[in-house]
Design a protein around this ligand. Structure first.
Ligand code: UDP
Length: 413
């Protein structure tokens, strides 16, 4: 077994890795292409960064392409994202035209690769229109939606549905997100990589240096939310919760750590709102980190007493998984993928308002044993359900199923 697979076996169990190898054997040499819209920033890039090399390690021929476009393209796809998550957005024809044009131009660049591929995974709305420019495609095309599409704004979904309906299958993270589509839909939640810099154990010196760098006091309680500055992540609500809790816990500190995803044009406006809400409170640390600051984010999550993810919509919330893997209780918005991970009263608390979050913060900071117990449960819950190995197993199974059609039984060699 390769070094890498051995390392996963040590964490997830050797039976899990054997299973992966068995599934992958029947797909040996299959050409797989993933397409998304950014190489850094956000959950999709985070997943592909690890999923692609591990699939290759198992003998498939996997690559990762990134669609790009001008400002109007990103404005359009951000509006689509907001619309799929339920905002009543009007997308002007000018932006839709930029979306169509960018997909057509990118299709030209990726044509050879995409027509030759056995399996193409198209992530989210940005590259969804590539398919219509591939009349000679040979392989199976799957649309992978990472967004909380439980209550999409209909005009946006109707537009996108016309693109997606022609795919061979689609994948959603939760059953609640699935849509009426004329093909098979699969439910596959995302995952984290326990071996990545974001998630490995860190030496005490590195933890100390992060405390020192950001002026955090290791002896005072710390709340952390790691997220792009996006209104759906509710960073302003997090500050409000911190303020309410601080009335009772005066030495409380808060870190809001974020960066920019290159495909998110609204980040700056949200950041300005966050700065205004924070005012000149020296115990609120707003950190703008570069996209490769994985170890710093790891350290901040480890430094936290409680991790918050107070989203009002959330496709999955890898930050929740990352925190749980570090044995942290999570206070999360009662929405989307957070509900799949935060088991209320067991691995954390689900909340609807800043007041609710503040109440849970106070409770946990006065119940250290409860915090530890929740943290331990969270880690085991992630080990069972949300590691990369489980995610890859489901992708391999899906590819096998698509290759063999609706046979009752597929015999692995
Ligand atoms: N992340 C990061 N730097 C940041 C903000 C987020 O590396 O400044 C990472 C975070 O650790 C997580 C991912 O980006 O791995 C965000 O994924 P999530 O599913 O939580 O949210 P998304 O951004 O996809 O909506």
């Amino acid at each position: 077994m390769s070094h890498l697979l051995e390392a996963y076996a040590a964490i997830a169990g050797s039976d899990v890795v054997d299973h992966l190898r068995q599934l992958a054997e029947s797909l040996h040499g299959a050409k797989v292409v993933h397409v998304n819209s950014t190489r850094v920033g956000g959950g999709v890039a985070e997943i592909l960064e690890k999923l692609v090399p591990l699939t290759n390690e198992l003998g498939l021929d996997t690559s990762w392409e990134v669609i790009s476009g001008g400002e109007a393209f990103y404005q359009c796809t951000k509006a689509m994202h907001n619309g799929l998550q339920g905002n009543r957005v009007h997308i002007p024809a000018r932006l839709l035209a930029a979306y169509e044009e960018a997909n057509e131009a990118n299709a030209e660049i990726m044509r050879e690769k995409l027509t030759e591929a056995d399996f193409v995974f198209i992530h989210d709305p940005q590259p969804a229109a590539l398919l219509e420019h591939m009349p000679k495609r040979g392989g199976k095309w799957v649309w992978r939606c990472h967004i909380d599409a439980s209550h999409p704004y209909r005009p946006v979904w109707n537009y996108l549905r016309r693109k997606v309906a022609n795919y061979d299958a689609s994948i959603f993270s939760l059953p609640a997100f699935a849509q009426l589509l004329p093909h098979s839909q699969y439910i596959i939640p995302p995952s984290i990589d326990p071996l990545s810099d974001k998630n490995i154990d860190l030496p005490p010196e590195e933890m100390e240096s992060v405390f020192a760098t950001f002026g955090l006091d290791p002896h005072r309680p710390l709340l952390v939310q790691v997220s792009r500055f996006d209104r759906f992540k509710d960073p302003v609500g997090v500050i409000q919760a911190y303020r309410l809790a601080r009335k009772y816990i005066p030495d409380l500190q808060l870190v809001l750590a974020g960066g920019e995803a290159s495909d998110d044009p609204e980040g700056e406006a949200t950041l300005a709102e966050v700065r205004e809400e924070a005012g000149n409170d020296l115990d609120i640390h707003i950190l703008l980190l570069p996209p490769d600051a994985h170890r710093v984010i790891n350290a901040l999550q480890r430094a936290a007493d409680i991790v918050l993810q107070k989203s009002t919509r959330e496709g999955f919330g890898l930050t929740v998984t990352e925190a749980m893997w570090k044995s942290k209780p999570v206070i999360g918005g009662d929405t989307g993928g957070i509900r799949l991970q935060v088991i209320n009263y067991h691995t954390g608390f689900l909340v609807h308002t800043p007041e609710g979050a503040a109440l849970r913060i106070r409770y946990l900071l006065h119940q250290k044993e409860r915090m530890q117990e929740m943290g331990m449960k969270g880690k085991e819950y992630v080990r069972e359900n949300f590691l990369l190995t489980r995610h890859l197993r489901e992708y391999l199974t899906l590819m096998l199923g698509m290759r063999h059609g609706a046979k009752y039984r597929i015999v692995l060699s």
